[in-house]
Design a protein around this ligand. Structure first.
Ligand code: F6P
Length: 341
């Protein structure tokens, strides 16, 4: 078989490790691998590059993606789906491995449902918001980076008796905020799934200071709903606004300072969370996902996605994985709340 591989959506550490694992397993089974440039855009425009053993060597620790990525949605480009099908045919491809989150894999699911498109998915995103898998790769690295930042902010917060607000990514779910907040010992964690009013948040901070703690660390997810902060601005081809533009961290910091009188600063971690080398856990997860995806292709099991259930790598339907977002359940938030205030 000749198998295409693409990476779509926001990049994240571990993409190259998946490309390596998919390719190595497919080579071992006698198949050819072709890289598709910049996600679905590469299939719309017909941009390919052959991947051989040399191209996929040295990729395991490398951040980003050697194939490039984009947020192109063929269903939003005029003639996009026809172009995808045509380029797939003329390039002589027999199967596709799509490595992405809900948007990239959602396109794969739709193409498979409507055109029996031979696609297999690998769940990627620092946001960890894909259903049908316990974890996506990239998430562990993002949490590691945020935790390290929170540790560093602790020492400076304590020295200056300040409240430090840390804004982290995560789009409409609070996975990164909750996990890094627990790991970093944050005093308050604010996420989209658990609305807490600014008054209640300030009450908790005052309570903590009344107990003799002169500093506080507040981790806020970029999608947290705060009065006066609106989702505005351009949307991408999947209908998402750029949440970093909302400036929820800065707004929150200013409201905390106004309401409590405590000196407050904000740190927005931004794309640092997606950069650099994957953690060992993400390297291993990405590798296991890549091998599974290659096996699914080899077996002709299309419309499926590699997934983690407990400690086992299994496969699930792409449709199941992309129908709804996986939000933070209340019991996870309760772990964080045990240390609030
Ligand atoms: O989905 C991954 C993610 O990093 C989100 O957490 C964030 O909201 C978004 O991508 C940022 O997108 P961009 O890279 O286009 O700024």
């Amino acid at each position: 078989m000749k198998v295409g591989v693409l990476t779509g959506g926001g990049d994240c550490p571990g993409l190259n490790a998946v490309i390596r694992a998919v390719s190595r397993r497919l080579f071992a089974r006698g198949h050819d691998v072709v890289g598709i440039r910049e996600g679905w855009r590469g299939l719309v425009d017909g941009r390919f590059e052959p991947l051989g053993p040399r191209e996929v060597s040295g990729l395991l620790p490398r951040g980003g993606t050697i194939l490039g990525t984009s947020r192109t949605n063929p269903y939003r480009v005029e003639g996009g789906v026809d172009a995808v099908l045509e380029h797939f045919r003329t390039e002589g491809l027999d199967a596709l491995v799509a490595i992405g989150g809900e948007d990239t894999l959602g396109v794969g699911a739709q193409l498979h449902a409507e055109h029996e498109f031979p696609v297999v998915g690998v769940p990627k995103t620092i946001d960890n918001d894909l259903s049908a898998t316990d974890y996506t790769f990239g998430f562990d690295t993002a949490v590691f980076i945020c935790t390290e930042a929170i540790d560093r902010l602790h020492t400076t917060a304590e020295s200056h008796n300040r409240v430090m607000v840390v804004e982290v990514m995560g789009r409409h779910t609070g996975w990164i905020a909750v996990m890094s907040g627990i790991a970093g010992g944050a005093d308050m964690i604010l996420i989209p799934e658990q609305p807490v009013s600014i008054e209640d948040a300030c009450k908790e901070i005052r309570h903590r200071h009344d107990r003799g703690k002169d500093f506080s660390i507040v981790v806020v997810s970029e999608g947290y709903e705060l009065e006066g902060v609106a989702d505005e601005g351009e949307v991408d081809e999947f209908g998402h606004v750029r949440l970093s533009e909302r400036g929820v961290g800065a707004q929150l910091a200013s409201q905390i300072e106004q309401q409590t009188g405590f000196e407050t600063r904000v740190t927005v971690l931004g794309h640092v969370q997606r950069g650099g080398s994957p953690t060992p856990r993400d390297r291993v997860l990405a590798t296991r996902y890549g091998l599974k995806a290659a096996d699914l292709v080899h077996d002709g099991s299309f419309g499926r996605m590699a997934a983690l259930h407990g400690d086992r790598i299994v496969d699930v339907s792409l449709e199941e994985a992309t129908t709804e977002l996986k939000t933070v359940p209340p019991d996870w938030y309760a772990v964080a709340q045990a240390f609030a205030g």
